[in-house]
Write a protein that binds this ligand. Structure first.
Ligand SMILES: Nc1ncnc2c1ncn2[C@@H]1O[C@H](COP(=O)(O)OP(=O)(O)O)[C@@H](O)[C@H]1O
Ligand SMILES: [Mg+2]
Length: 246
């Protein structure tokens, strides 16, 4: 469970988050929707403990990140996986090397098991084995995203934070990533937080959706209730984008 209370974050006199409260239950997929520049990536970085908020608190399974020692923070961070917007793969490593990189870094399994683990993770995200020795530069955007997801999953995080998982993908690539997010919830009981400006993601994966606007969450509820929120700014956002039917 993730609990966020009163988070503020300002960069160089520019307030970006101005009092964020939200609660994500274990095992649910929580989507944070907002326009470009709304502060979604900033919020996700605070949730994952990559950056500290100026004030407010973040609790992961009732542990306040700000109260933890370095060692305790590392333990809590291990529960959390990030899927970054730009996939953030190492260009000079092959697909399978990228996937097992976190295992190597954390010394999690013996090296002789790397190949089997990479193969298993590739299967999970529906990447054909023929791609295992390719460099990321040879892959499509959708494939890169799946490699990034496989890499994140190799550490079996309980919580996965996705930054714009469908950005830059064609409709088939976007659908495939959304399916994987749902499958993780169903088969692995993962808790997911997805930030996006893509309304189709809400329709595809969200149990709960929050709307981020001018540094605050101005709505939280089900995807259905988002459309009946009565808030002008949300109606404009929802009205200009067709719901995805796939
Ligand atoms: N490290 C940073 N330093 C200064 N300003 C930042 C930094 N990160 C984000 N911002 C600013 O915060 C605002 C929100 O950014 P961001 O969270 O990336 O938006 P979104 O992900 O919703 O498109 C933007 O105005 C951006 O310029
Ligand atoms: Mg962003």
């Amino acid at each position: 469970m993730i609990t966020v209370r009163g988070i503020h974050k300002t960069y160089e006199n520019q307030p970006v988050l101005t009092g964020i409260d939200l609660q994500v239950q274990s095992g649910e997929t929580f989507v944070i929707l907002g326009e470009s520049g709304a502060g979604k990536s900033v919020l996700l970085r605070q949730l994952g403990g990559l950056e500290e908020p100026d004030s407010g608190s973040i609790l992961i399974d009732n542990e306040d990140l700000a109260q933890l020692s370095e060692r305790e923070l590392r333990r809590v961070r291990k529960k959390i996986g990030f899927v970054f917007q730009e996939s953030a793969l190492f260009d000079f490593l092959t697909v399978s090397e990228n996937i097992v990189m976190p295992l190597y870094e954390h010394n999690m399994i013996p090296m002789r098991e790397f190949a089997a683990k990479a193969r298993q993770m590739m299967q999970w995200v529906h990447l054909d084995e023929e791609h295992k020795n390719k460099l990321p530069g040879k892959l499509s955007g959708g494939m890169k995203k799946r490699v990034a997801l496989a890499r994140t999953l190799s550490l079996s995080p309980q919580i996965i934070l996705y930054d714009e998982p469908t950005a830059g993908l064609d409709p088939i690539g976007a659908e495939s990533i959304c399916r994987l997010i749902k499958r993780l919830q169903k088969e692995e009981q993962n808790t997911s937080v997805v930030v996006t400006h893509d309304l189709s993601v809400v329709d595809r994966v969200a149990d709960q959706v929050a709307f981020l606007y001018q540094g605050r969450i101005i709505f939280t509820g089900t995807p259905q209730s988002l459309r009946q929120s009565g808030r002008n700014i949300i109606s404009q956002f929802v009205g200009t984008r067709k719901p995805n039917t796939c």
